[in-house]
Design a protein. Structure first.
Length: 337
């Protein structure tokens, strides 16, 4: 662009369209940076809220993420830490699905409704009990607190709401019907959780392949751009005149290079996003074993306010096989009464 600008200032009319074309492309590329900067700052603020601290710049704690490029160690490249794909797949137990909050809530509702059936059935039977009373009885106030003033009674009792048997039986049937409804809801919740996990896993694995292809495409586009840039410079110096064909070819390759590099960067970010979706689909609580250098340590400052969070292990529950219908007995503690 500097060479075209010098030729444009020197009065070379052939360089004027090329200069404005290249400048338009450069300004359009720069304009794409501003929304990314705004989104970066908004994500920074959201992290502060999630950490329970006032909004501030987390860049000193998080770092800039720059690492030496594997292809060119002299250049710095944004590095998004992530585990290997095989570590992710092997490290996911199937029973992690039952640690999702929605699955736990559906399971607890099922247990509560199971208890309601027992309560409704208990109302159909007689209730036996022992009644007793104790008190004071005296002929005068002076004898109230003497040992002869104490009196009491004790005896058995039985109650049976037999006249309302039809209503009680109907209530049992209602509770059973509601139990069946909660069973269906639990089955649907587990199946949806399985679908979310499978979708997230497929998206994560495919994003790895997509990032690889786009990375190779960006490298190839860079090589082509370097080649045509060299050809254009050699032709410009040798002939001393602007070659429209060479320039148009170079301009096309530069545009394609920028497009592929942008797509490659987005694909790298999608890997981390899909991994987060996979983490969320498993209900959280599953720590990926990354290297210590990849896990930043965020310590709020002295002026920041943090909320203490204690990690309470969830109870271990059984996991029905994927694809098999979830029987009522599959839910611990919710056997139909």
């Amino acid at each position: 662009m500097d060479k075209l600008y010098k030729r444009f200032k020197a009065g070379a009319e052939a360089s004027e369209p090329g200069y404005y074309q290249l400048k338009s492309n450069l300004d359009a590329t720069r304009a794409l940076i501003e929304p990314l900067e705004a989104a970066l700052r908004q994500s920074n603020n959201q992290l502060c809220i999630l950490l329970g601290m006032p909004v501030r710049d987390l860049l000193p704690e998080l770092g800039d993420g720059l690492r030496p490029d594997t292809a060119n160690p002299k250049e710095q490249k944004i590095h998004i830490p992530r585990p290997k794909s095989d570590e992710v797949i092997v490290g996911i137990p199937a029973e992690m699905l039952l640690r999702r909050p929605d699955v736990i809530a559906a399971e607890q509702h099922l247990k509560i409704q199971s208890a309601q059936i027992g309560i409704a059935e208990a109302e159909m039977y007689s209730h036996l009990g022992i009644n007793g009373s104790i008190g004071l009885a005296a002929s005068s106030i002076n004898q109230v607190f003497t040992k002869y003033s104490w009196t009491g009674s004790i005896g058995p009792s039985m109650t049976w709401n037999i006249l309302n048997y039809g209503r009680l039986l109907g209530n049992v049937r209602v509770q059973n019907a509601q139990y069946q409804q909660f069973v269906a809801q639990y089955q649907a919740t587990v199946l949806n959780a399985n679908q979310d996990a499978e979708n997230a896993m497929v998206a994560y694995m495919r994003s790895l392949d997509q990032a690889k292809y786009l990375r190779d495409s960006a490298i190839s586009a860079k090589n082509v751009t370097d080649y045509y840039s060299k050809q254009y410079n050699q032709g410009f110096l040798a002939k001393g005149a602007d070659s429209a064909a060479q320039y148009n070819q170079l301009f096309t390759t530069v545009n394609f290079k920028v497009t592929q590099e942008d797509a490659s960067a987005q694909a790298e970010g999608n890997i981390a996003l899909n991994l987060i979706l996979l983490y969320r689909s498993m209900g959280g609580g599953w720590q990926i074993r990354l290297k210590d250098g990849c896990r930043p340590n965020l310590n709020p400052g002295a002026d920041d306010y943090s909320l203490p969070v204690t990690a309470t292990p969830l109870p271990r529950v059984s996991q029905p096989a994927f694809g098999a219908p979830v029987a009522m007995e599959a839910v611990p503690g919710s056997e139909r009464r």
